[in-house]
Design a protein around this ligand. Structure first.
Ligand code: UT7
Length: 320
């Protein structure tokens, strides 16, 4: 039996930081409102150079370095992003070009904030079947580029960044299981109208649009169910989890899940206060932070979860 093991992690954050205080000068909001409703205090905002392929490349390089590999050792690149640099080529091809390698398959998947968990699952299937040995999996988004900075109900929520892992085939776990779901009936709760010329309907703007309360309600229930599913599939109880690495959208959603799992918050990796919601990058960036600061150690059991517009959601149980 083959497993996929995380050999190395990496991340990239844009240089520019925008605090709640700064936002409150341009839209009618306060630091107090944002912190109490979301836990967010600041977010990083990409500049023109810091596109998804740029951020993904730098996160990928750090993951390769941590894995002790170089770009030529990769057999496949999967990029989870909803904010590609271009209509085409896909972001994974642009990242491959930046890495200076050719020939290996490179493709994007568009699964909003659940993108990294989905990409991890796809990569895991290739490795388990023996088709591919080493895969660079990147979660990256620059949602601030499709954020209406005059809409206080959304502009306070998002940030930009990239996270990456290098996965490699191994005899021991590794990824224990991944669990993916979607419900397209919820398509109007969180969406971005097309940004292709002419495709936005009259009165639509190419910005992210969200029914916050509907997303909140759905997220809490869906995440509780999917983590229970992941634990049951591995005959594990909550007490086996060393670290919960949740999607970083709202501290209240994270806290609700931790309470359900009877996990104290010091077993939960939280970055939402400094990163805000970075969509597909949120889980791999949190993972990388906790690996690099020494909280996550080899042999620890990790539970990852994410949910995004679709709705799409999923979880992964991993022995690091
Ligand atoms: O990645 C997955 C996607 N995202 C999520 O998971 C987000 C899920 N949803 C949420 O996190 C929360 O629903 C929000 C943080 C978006 C909103 O929190 P809420 O407690 O659900 O607030 P609300 O939407 O019910 O708004 C309450 C009030 C409204 O005023 P009225 O109608 O009660 O007078 C809003 O207009 O807060 C107002 N409001 C704001 N006030 C100050 C909305 N945004 C702001 C703001 N500053 N930035």
């Amino acid at each position: 039996m083959k497993y996929s093991r995380i050999l190395g992690t990496g991340s990239y954050l844009p240089k520019k930081v925008v605090t709640n205080e700064e936002l409150s000068k341009t839209v009618e909001t306060t630091d107090e409102w944002i912190v109490s409703r979301t836990g967010i205090r600041a977010r990083h905002v990409a500049n023109e150079e810091e596109t998804s392929s740029y951020m993904g490349y730098h996160a990928g390089l750090r993951a390769l370095e941590a894995a002790g590999l170089n770009a030529n050792d990769i057999d496949m690149i999967i990029v989870a992003t909803t904010t590609p640099d271009k209509g085409l080529p896909n972001t994974a091809c642009l990242l491959q070009d930046r890495l200076g390698i050719t020939g290996i398959p490179a493709f994007d998947i568009t699964v909003a904030c659940a993108g990294f968990v989905y990409a991890l699952s796809v990569a895991d299937q290739y490795i388990r079947t023996g088709m591919i040995k080493t895969i660079l999996v990147v979660g990256v988004d620059a949602l601030t580029a499709v954020t209406n900075w005059e809409d206080r109900s959304t502009c306070v929520l998002f940030g930009d960044g990239a996270g990456a892992v290098v996965l490699q085939a191994a005899e021991n776990p590794g990824i224990l299981s991944t669990h993916l779901h979607a419900d397209g009936r919820q398509k109007d709760s969180l969406y971005i109208p097309s940004w292709l010329p002419g495709q936005c309907k009259k009165d639509e703007v190419p910005y992210i649009s969200m029914d916050g309360r509907a997303v909140f309600r759905f997220a809490v229930k869906a995440l509780e169910e999917v983590v229970e599913e992941a634990l049951a599939a591995n005959q594990m109880s909550q007490s086996a989890i060393d670290w919960l690495i949740p999607h970083q959208a709202n501290l209240r959603i994270i806290t609700a899940l931790a309470e359900k799992l009877k996990l104290s918050l010091d077993k939960v990796v939280v970055t939402v206060d400094r990163h805000a919601n970075t969509s597909a990058a949120s889980v791999p960036m949190a993972l990388d932070e906790a690996v690099r600061d020494g909280r996550i150690q080899r042999g620890h059991t990790l539970l990852l979860d994410a949910i995004g517009g679709g709705f799409v959601w999923g979880a992964a149980l991993i022995v690091y």
